[in-house]
Design a protein around this ligand. Structure first.
Ligand SMILES: Cc1ncc(COP(=O)(O)O)c(C=O)c1O
Length: 636
């Protein structure tokens, strides 16, 4: 049966995780659907962007950002709440705040504040650097600046003093001692604080970050501590400053049922705080709004069984019902949605440098008369794989392993040559491939053969660093949609895992999205020699950029923002990736000193007549070019 683009769409679930943002065009290339000023969709090929950037001296790995997708996400989230509140006659409003930690890049923060202004979109800061960023960017007095995290006196003082400028800053009490710490500073500075409290819900959480919520979560006050805090506020005549109630259940919550349960508990606490006499007014439901990374729309860890509209409708309904039954006003609802706002914004693109295949479909040469008997016996097995039944295949497999081991032992004891061993291994892989291909015809695959196909998965060597660009895949096995960017009208006949260029056995991607679970391979095309075969890792806009590290001293990749102006693709905000000199200086080397040190070695070589003066000059030119070059593999 012939392959088609529709089959590729299905295989990689593009339309499920890509929503209407990513698709495959008639040329078999992945496109991003950007909007022009008139709201017309313009599909832009990702491989074309990579090619354009390469011509401009920005080769892969390249991180591509789409400002348009960021603004559309902000729009969708706000519209979901506006719609949910409108249809249920909710009396409060929605105020999103973006948690800076999720992607701190200046461009992201600027965009959120500019575009989000019409929604009074605010920011969440959890540290002093984030507070400074938020203070510099928030201009809208109706937007919230929510201060979470542990706060020292400097943090508290700055937040209090800055609140006098009209910025709506709320200091959230994260631990018992912060009540007095904030009130003491407020009194000393004679500034009325606006306070929030973070609560540790008992409702169970789910997903990778389940520990962020629940009784044993590290942040927030439990019920006893919260009541103590309320009493302390009353004692100090400061309950009047308590405006906000906050909880955070953890990120990437895949199950709407769990979200609903938490919200139910939270709104009960909120109602009680109002009944205790606090003015309140704001209910901050934290982050957790998930992304459907695998497109399965299930409660699997890398998916979510709800959409933006369902999320908003459910939360609004729960809060509304609880407040109505207690006859208290509907609060302003806040979510600190990070991942859901920025994940779609960035795509990492990289190329394949080389391939190691294990599957051997070309029949090797038959052994010669004077070749070792073991080689001949191994050869005979593949000739037996004609009748297909489980018993024969199992037997062939056992014999293949036996003769392969015998051949290795013969090599180790010096009986056969490396050439003969290599010949044996070629026959071995050919036989194993033949067995694996016949397994499909069996009704039941013998247990010992079930993992045979996995052993045939190729290594595709990919020009990027998992540690730098997909740290969550390395650290917590988070799945991202990953797929080839071209040739999608052709059947991807090969199965591969992606080995990065860090030379670390953990530096690989060997788990991939699948609507039915997790795949142990990525379907790819057979790469032609020297082909610039491109792969994209999608939905990497949240958390990945700053969590990444410098393992093997591979630095930040090049970055470009892509948009549409007057119907044309425009490239802006280009950021050059780290040079070798940059990464060396991050680990305390001085590039100038390094150069001088090597110059001494080169000059000594001239004096000892090992190289000529001209060769020294050429060598130092190459040294300097490397120092100023990209840390990744470059095609020269
Ligand atoms: C307090 C707080 N709010 C919001 C978020 C953002 O969560 P998410 O990216 O799941 O929306 C986080 C991150 O875990 C967080 O710690």
């Amino acid at each position: 049966m012939s392959w088609s683009i529709d089959k590729s769409k299905e295989l990689y679930s593009v339309q499920q995780w890509g929503l209407d943002y990513f698709n495959i065009n008639d040329d078999g290339e992945v496109v991003v659907n950007l909007m022009d000023e008139a709201g017309e969709t313009i599909p832009v090929s990702l491989s074309k962007i990579v090619k354009d950037q390469d011509e401009r001296g920005r080769p892969v790995p390249l991180l591509i950002r789409f400002r348009d997708l960021l603004t559309r996400r902000i729009d969708s989230l706000n519209q979901a709440f506006i719609h949910a509140m409108g249809t249920s006659s909710y009396q409060g409003s929605y105020r999103g705040v973006y948690p800076i930690k999720v992607n701190q890049q200046q461009q992201v923060i600027q965009e959120i504040c500019d575009f989000g202004e019409k929604y009074h979109y605010g920011l969440e800061a959890g540290s002093k650097p984030e507070l400074l960023v938020a203070l510099a960017h928030i201009k809208d007095p109706e937007a919230l600046l929510i201060c979470n995290g542990y706060k020292d006196q400097e943090f508290i003082d700055l937040a209090l003093k800055a609140s006098k400028t009209g910025i709506n800053i709320i200091l959230v009490v994260e631990m018992p001692g912060e009540v007095d710490a904030i009130l003491d500073r407020a009194e000393a500075l004679n500034i009325k604080p606006s306070l929030g409290v973070r609560f540790r819900l008992s409702a169970k959480s789910e997903g990778y970050w389940a520990e962020s919520g629940g009784d044993r979560s590290t942040f927030g006050l439990n019920a006893t501590q919260l009541i103590d805090a309320v009493d302390r506020l009353k004692e100090r005549d400061a309950l009047q400053y308590l405006n906000l109630f906050h909880y955070h259940q953890g990120s990437q919550l895949p199950n709407i049922r769990v979200i609903r349960e938490a919200c139910l508990e939270a709104v009960r606490v909120y109602v009680n705080l109002v009944q205790e006499g606090a003015p309140m007014g704001i209910l901050d439901l934290g982050g957790g709004l998930a992304i459907d990374y695998d497109g399965s729309h299930t409660d699997y860890i890398s998916s979510c069984n709800y959409g933006l509209n369902e999320y908003a409708t459910d939360l609004v309904e729960i809060v509304q019902n609880a407040c109505d039954s207690a006859s208290i006003p509907h609060p302003t609802l806040v979510t600190e949605s990070g991942r859901a706002v920025v994940a779609h914004y960035s795509v990492l693109t990289f190329n394949i440098l080389d391939v190691t295949s294990f599957a051997e479909r070309n029949k090797p040469e038959a052994p010669e008369e004077d070749d070792h008997e073991m080689l001949k016996s191994l050869w005979e097995i593949q000739e037996r794989i004609s009748s297909v039944n489980a018993h024969t295949l199992q037997e062939c497999y056992n014999d293949t392993l036996f003769y392969r081991d015998q051949i290795r032992a013969l090599f180790n004891s010096g009986v056969i040559s490396l050439r003969a061993r290599a010949h044996g291994e070629k026959i071995y892989w050919y036989t194993i491939t033949k067995i694996a291909e016949n397994l499909h015809q069996l009704k039941e695959v013998p247990e010992a053969l079930a993992s045979l196909e996995e052993n045939l998965i190729s290594f595709y060597y990919a020009n990027f660093s998992v540690f730098q660009s997909l740290p969550d895949h390395w650290a917590i096995n988070q799945l991202f949609p990953i797929m080839p960017l071209q040739r999608l009208g052709e059947e991807p006949t090969e199965k591969a895992i992606l080995a990065d260029i860090t030379c670390d056995c953990d530096g690989k991607v060997d788990q991939f999205i699948d609507v039915k679970g997790v795949k142990k391979h990525l379907s790819v095309h057979k790469r032609a020699p020297l082909e610039n075969y491109l792969i994209g890792a999608f939905l990497v806009g949240a958390y990945q950029e700053t969590l990444g590290d410098l393992h093997n001293l591979l630095g930040d990749p090049h970055v470009v923002s892509v948009g549409i102006e007057n119907g044309e693709v425009v490239y802006t905000n280009e950021v050059e990736g780290d040079t070798v000199a940059d990464v060396l200086s991050y680990v305390e080397y001085d590039p100038k000193t390094i150069e001088k040190q090597f110059l001494t070695t080169a000059e000594k070589a001239v004096q000892n007549s090992k190289i000529t003066a001209k060769e020294r000059r050429d060598l130092m030119d190459t040294f300097r070019a490397t120092l100023n070059g990209y840390t990744y593999y470059e095609n020269t």
